[in-house]
Design a binder for this molecule. Sequence first.
Ligand SMILES: Cc1ncc(COP(=O)(O)OP(=O)(O)O)c(N)n1
Ligand SMILES: Cc1nc(C(=O)O)sc1CCOP(=O)(O)O
Ligand SMILES: [Mg+2]
Length: 217
Amino acid sequence: MMKHMLSLYFVMGSVDCTKNPLVVLDEAIEGGITMFQFREKGKGALTGLEKYRLAEQLFERCRARNIPFIVNDDVDLALALQADGIHVGQEDEAAERVRDRIGNKYLGVSVHNLTEVKKALAAHADYVGLGPIFPTVSKDDAKQVCGLTMIEHIRAHEKHVPLVAIGGITEQTAEQVIKAGADGIAVISAICRAEHICEQTKRLYEIVMRTKQEGDR
Ligand SMILES: Cc1ncc(COP(=O)(O)OP(=O)(O)O)c(N)n1
Ligand SMILES: Cc1nc(C(=O)O)sc1CCOP(=O)(O)O
Ligand SMILES: [Mg+2]
């Protein structure tokens, strides 16, 4: 179940959108996203009550369509909303502590190498987010690009870990990412910056599903 949910993971906050984030999410849901992460950060990001209100409205839309709603970084917000899960990175609240706080909600952890994957699994993460696979325009403090070879390396040593790849993934590269061993792609700009969000999301979904099917996954 978890692996299917990772197939087309849409990550977004108001800063990433050139139009109303609620409309962007509606169109992306219509196009077939399988999971959503509320990531409200960067220059001009909402805080406090405004952030909470936007999260609440986005969550409502996900709930209506059975799309898992994950909160980035902010464990208090995830708990207050009773969100489906939380995603934390290596510099955020420690995964072990987050697991203790959230019980059996989904826990995603960002990783950059095999050692971090093993640590995330020891902390009972449900999935790992590996990146940046390619250069990204959506995260100022992204680490060095790890490329498709890091997906292959991790998959060779951890055959079953639910792994979603992130960072600079587009319609042109999604197939290679899945072929390298990822269970799905996580994207911001490939959806947010598309002229026709629903159609673009459908294309990404189709590429991921076809490639997984061809690989019998
Ligand atoms: C699915 C997914 N993978 C990785 C990240 C990055 O998390 P992190 O390294 O904590 O960076 P920020 O997103 O918090 O800036 C992610 N958010 N989602
Ligand atoms: C949120 C995030 N995390 C990354 C990581 O490497 O962990 S890269 C990234 C940004 C992804 O946006 P885009 O699809 O526009 O490149
Ligand atoms: Mg983080």
